[in-house]
Write a protein that binds this ligand. Sequence first.
Ligand code: DQA
Length: 143
Amino acid sequence: MFLNGPNLNLLGTREPEVYGRLTLSDIEVEVRARAAQLGAEVEFRQSNVEGELVTWIQGAKGRFDVIVLNAAAYTHTSVALRDAIAATGVPTVEIHLSNVHAREEFRHVSMIAPVCRGQICGFGVKSYILGLEAAFYVKVANK
Ligand code: DQA
């Protein structure tokens, strides 16, 4: 399950010099193309509401093998998302379009990183593809 946090619905027009010109739907198309090659099923969701993301993470247990999460700004603030990931126990891959470590200092801190399997950032749309491949690796190799 791909989960996308706040303001990612604005991709395409939102700070294109940072996030590129693809919309979230364009990214979903690319993810689905790669998923088809891998034989992986993908669900793709976006919310601007922290609690909705928490509810989706809670609901992933027993339904999804892996969560690929671009928590957007909630990455840097949300104890609730972190606790949901820890509680559900579903392996989670943290992704970002931009290299958060090369940006403002407040983006260097990820509340969710310690409970995620790993972090991919800085590769634009390819962060999503690499996230999918990481999820596939986690599932197939049971790592
Ligand atoms: C982001 C990075 C975050 O710091 C930011 O708040 C976002 C997008 C990314 O994909 O690069 O909204 O998660």
